[in-house]
Design a protein around this ligand. Sequence first.
Ligand code: CAA
Length: 338
Amino acid sequence: MGVEKPLKGEIVVSFTGLGAARGARGPLRPGLRGAYGDAKAKDRGEPMDIRKVGVVGAGQMGNGIAHVLAHSGYDVLLTDITQEALDKGVGNIRKNMERQVGRGKMEEAVMEAALGRITTTLALKDIGQTDLVIESATERETVKQAIFEDLVPHLQPHTILTSNTSSISITRLASRTDRPEKFMGFHFMNPVPVMQLVELIRGIATDKETYEACHAVVEKLGKTAASAEDFPAFIVNRILMPMINEAVYTLYEGVGNVTSIDTSMKLGTNHPMGPLELADFIGLDTCLAIMNVLHDGLADTKYRPCPLLTKYVEAGWLGRKTGRGFYDYRGETPVPTR
Ligand code: CAA
């Protein structure tokens, strides 16, 4: 049996654990898949068995999430609003997996099997047939709310809903659905295939079974979960974004230029990327959206977004994804824009 209770009392499910046990018993009859998926699992104190995961949004985060899920053996159903976005997302997954194959981190056969586990759909309602939904659309509350509202009528009773939001209130998103107890934050870091952390955020109503089921998924992905309370931007972005915003103020006030700011933080504090390079990597629109959530949610002027960050976003200079941000990426090597 792949379930063990480690010291901290957290339930860990091994890669082959529940799936193998299920296989030995034969598939569950549909009638037995109640609100808990496997009706007996709850009595055994096991987390719900997640097999098929729906990912909403095939962008930078969504395709990374689909990548690691498929690599870990989950069937993945990926959706976006255009075929072009889906094709681009799946193309990126293949490119990133090929990079891992090239570096000896993944076997080619494993890559092909993982790619075979990913299917795509333009119909959001199809996502309702999965065990777990990870919404990874644009970091705008209205967009996320509309997705959950459209999805709710098509969900199975046991489906867990999660959002990969970087900052938005889980409790508020959950309140727009029919299942706040089965709703939580599932926050991956970029680039998803490389970064070890997943923040798990409980809303005020999230139940223990939902948390444990999501924790088991993180374990199966080989990643590490950190638990955060549901306050604006949780842990990572509560700390990271004010640092990035301060770097933009440093630029705005002429304390340093792009190169001196990034060099200072890379060589002076051993950060793998300078804060402005990292902002371009995350997306300046996302950075601004998170600063606005902090500013509005905590009502403290220390979180006011730097006007220069706003100006870059208004210009459509959103970082790497649009070819220009604090660096211009359109040539051979990135060139600072200030
Ligand atoms: N998919 C698969 N593998 C990838 C990858 C991807 N998308 N991107 C990089 N890699 C792999 C590379 O193949 C390479 O593998 P090996 O170790 O086997 O050689 C490894 O990662 C390192 O990549 P590179 O050699 O290309 O480049 P690097 O050494 O400069 O590292 C980096 C790149 C991993 C992105 C590193 O610069 C880094 O860690 N940067 C900081 C990233 C960070 O802080 N992310 C969090 C952002 S905050 C967030 O995401 C939360 C939010 O809500 C905004």
